[in-house]
Design a protein around this ligand. Structure first.
Ligand code: ZN
Length: 55
C-alpha cells in the first residue's frame, strides 16, 4: 500500500498509530490486529483479531 495511505491509518477504536505485522496492522493499545488482504487493510472492528491469536 502507498506510504501516505499507511500513514493516514489509525486504529478505529482508539485512534492510535498502528504497527506492522505480516498480513496485519496491529494496535498495541487495544491488543488488536486488523487483517490486510491484497494490500488493502480491513479496518472494521468486527474483522479484528486479538494479538494473541496471531500465529
Ligand atoms: Zn487501538
Amino acid at each position: 500500500m502507498e506510504d501516505w495511505v499507511r500513514a493516514a491509518l489509525r486504529c478505529p477504536r482508539c485512534r492510535g498509530e498502528l504497527g506492522d505485522r505480516p498480513g496485519h496492522l496491529v494496535c498495541r493499545a487495544c491488543q488488536l490486529a486488523y487483517p490486510v488482504r491484497d494490500g488493502i487493510p480491513s479496518m472494521l472492528a468486527g474483522r479484528a483479531v486479538e494479538l494473541g491469536e496471531l500465529p
